[in-house]
Each structure stands twice: as structure tokens, then as C-alpha cells.
Design a protein around this ligand. Structure first.
Ligand code: ATP
Ligand code: MG
Length: 204
């Protein structure tokens, strides 16, 4: 039997996808020798249920536009095509069924998100199924050792911290910039910038 395939997952709202997501995914892919990273736009993010989130179709197209020039990046509609809220445990279980047991999954998050995984649905079960990589995010200094320890032995084995370049970029800020008529050049790929204007996203 050969070595296991290593697949990274970057789940997010991607409203819109930006250079912070792309650079983080590429840095983790390099460091962990991942065969590829699958970007998975959430259909109905459980933690954002009360906010206005752009139609999944637009977020999916922007994610495809942003990733198509990287042969090691892929986009999946696995969460968008499943009814109801998007729980990561359901997504990873579905992927394991698809890929089989000789693939290892690495769920990539920013530092803000790794701090919150204790609130995730069936997190103990999820840690049995995949690794978690907490990448750096500007303004967030999570105590990853404490997070690991809070999950005991499983946490020590499955939760990892990776220092990655910090870019002070968020989708929230990009949406506000578009609304105010400020430039978003170099914060999102050109094709995403054009798509936002063409579709009139984030104007109000
Ligand atoms: P919003 O402001 O709408 O919450 P966001 O910029 O945080 O958007 P999400 O789609 O919520 O983007 O994030 C998806 C994942 O990417 C999360 O794990 C988040 O921590 C991570 N992430 C987002 N932006 C960055 C960044 N600039 N650097 C590192 N990680 C990031
Ligand atoms: Mg966020």
C-alpha cells in the first residue's frame, strides 16, 4: 500500500473569497504536503444564520473564479447541494465515503475559527475523522496548546498550529469597501472584483 493521499479542506462563507483565504490555503498546502485543497462554500453557515449572506450561487462562482488558476485547488458544492445547515461533520463524513480510507483530511481554519471549534456540532467525533490546522490570522492569538489540551489526547494528535503570513483582510471589510465605493483591487483576484461589479453585489 502506498502513502495516504492528503487533502486539505477550506470551508468558509466566501462572501467574497479573498487573497487571505488563497494565501493561507497555499501556505498550508506547502507546509503539510497536501495533494490538493478543496474550497467548500457553506450553503447556510450555522453560525451566520441571522446575518444576510449572499446567494450561494454567487459565492460558489467567485470561489471558482479565484481558484481556477491553481492546479492544486478545487471547489466543491457538497454543502450547497445538501439541504439544511452546513455542518462540517456531515461534509467530512461524506468526503470520507467518497475518497475511501486511504485519504487523510486536513481542515484548514484561521486563528479566529480554531478558537471556536469547541462550539461545533459533534466536534469530538469530527476530530476522530480529520486534522485541524489553525493558521495565523491578523489580530488573533489563540492559545492553541490550551485548545489542544481541552480535547485531551485526541486534541494533541489532531489539532495543529501553523504560522502563516498575516494579511489584514476580511470579507466583512471587502463588503463595506464596495458599499462605500472604495477600491478592492489586490485584495480579491481581478476576476472576483469584476464579478462583484457585474452582479452588483454588496451595494446595499
Ligand atoms: P467574514 O468577515 O464574512 O466572516 P472572513 O474573511 O472571516 O469573512 P470566512 O469565509 O468567514 O472569511 O472564513 C473562512 C475561513 O478562512 C475561516 O477559517 C477564517 O478564519 C479563514 N480566514 C479568513 N480570512 C483570513 C485571513 N485573512 N487570514 C487567515 N485566515 C483567514
Ligand atoms: Mg469569518
Amino acid at each position: 500500500m502506498g502513502e495516504k493521499k492528503r487533502v486539505g479542506i477550506l470551508g468558509g462563507t466566501f462572501d467574497p473569497i479573498h487573497v487571505g483565504h488563497l494565501m493561507t490555503a497555499e501556505a498550508v498546502r506547502d507546509e503539510y504536503h497536501l495533494d490538493k485543497v478543496i474550497f467548500i462554500p457553506a450553503a447556510e453557515p450555522p453560525h451566520k444564520r441571522h446575518q444576510d449572506v449572499t446567494m450561494a450561487k454567487h459565492r460558489y462562482v467567485m470561489t471558482v473564479l479565484a481558484t481556477c488558476s491553481n492546479a492544486n485547488f478545487e471547489v466543491s458544492d457538497i454543502e450547497m447541494s445538501r439541504p439544511g445547515p452546513s455542518y462540517t461533520i456531515d461534509t467530512i463524513s461524506q468526503l470520507i465515503t467518497q475518497y475511501g480510507n486511504d485519504t487523510e483530511f486536513y481542515f484548514i481554519t484561521g486563528a479566529d475559527t480554531i478558537q471556536e471549534i469547541h462550539t461545533w456540532d459533534r466536534i469530538d467525533e469530527l476530530l476522530q475523522l480529520c486534522h485541524f490546522i489553525g493558521a495565523s490570522r491578523q489580530g488573533c492569538v489563540p492559545d492553541v496548546n490550551q485548545i489542544k489540551e481541552s480535547f485531551g489526547e485526541l486534541g494533541k494528535q489532531k489539532i495543529h498550529r501553523l504560522e502563516t503570513p498575516e494579511l489584514e483582510i476580511s470579507s466583512t471589510d471587502i463588503r463595506q469597501r464596495v458599499k462605500k465605493g472604495y477600491s478592492i483591487k489586490y485584495i480579491v483576484p481581478t476576476a472576483v472584483e469584476q464579478y462583484i461589479y457585474k452582479q452588483g453585489l454588496y451595494k446595499d
